[in-house]
Write a protein that binds this ligand. Structure first.
Ligand code: GRF
Length: 221
């Protein structure tokens, strides 16, 4: 049966675009994006969703006094679309444990670092400040602790001597666009599931990681 995917956004929507393309091409099999929901009415991602003929809605966090109230309203809106999977794609709000619990095992996020390095904001600046050789992106199951849920897939990006935040962010974003559809495809097909606080694999994770990292290494100078 076709899986129902709801995507939560806050801004530009480039990850949304890569997921939509992967649904169209069949890279993410048997999956329909049934709604795109933003916490910001001005998010460009909403325009992209509308252009693709997908219901595009806003639950504005500024209309709610507490995180709990906002999350409850968001949850109500999401659940009207009866999703099998909820994907955070540049959704810039921290979620309450109750919300996260409600979607346990079906809530994914993309984060612009090789977690557990650099959780939170300004990951590219942190990577440059620390002088790491490798930076990258991670897709993980969302748990109550910020950016700490089990990782499904990562892509490494070499940090180059001439990099600034912008150039590094661009290459990491490109990695995000490759790994998020892959993680969703694995979740949809049941290759990866969430149980007992861990990502559980039908095939060894090392294989999965190699698949993800290889293209990034090949394209590095
Ligand atoms: C991405 O880098 C994502 O990892 C971060 O915010 C950015 C969103 O980009 N949390 P977009 O809206 O998908 O273009």
């Amino acid at each position: 049966m076709t899986k129902r995917l709801v995507i939560l956004v806050s801004g530009r929507g480039s990850n949304l675009q890569s997921i939509l393309a992967a649904c169209r091409s069949g890279q993410i099999p048997d999956t329909q994006v049934v709604a795109v929901i933003s916490n910001r009415p001005s998010a460009r991602a909403l325009e992209l969703a509308m252009a693709a003929g997908i219901p595009a809605l806003t639950v504005d966090h500024r209309d709610y006094g507490t995180r709990t109230d906002f999350d409850a309203a968001l949850q109500k809106q999401i659940d009207e679309y009866a999703p099998d999977i909820v994907a955070l794609a540049g959704f810039m709000r921290q979620l309450t444990p109750a919300f996260v619990q409600h979607y346990e095992g079906k809530l994914l996020n993309v984060h612009p670092s090789l977690l557990p390095a650099f959780p939170g904001l300004h990951t590219h600046a942190q990577a440059l400040r620390q002088g790491v050789c490798w930076h990258g992106a991670s897709v993980h199951f969302v748990t109550a602790e910020l950016d700490a849920g089990p990782v499904i897939i990562q892509a490494a990006v070499a940090v180059l001597p001439a990099d600034d935040e912008r150039s590094l962010a661009m290459r990491v974003l490109d990695a995000e666009h490759r790994i998020y559809p892959q993680a969703l495809a694995w979740l949809v097909s049941g290759r990866v599931t969430y149980a007992a606080g861990r990502a559980q694999w039908r095939e060894p994770p090392q294989t999965a990681m190699r698949e993800a990292i290889a293209p990034s290494l090949e394209s590095s100078p």
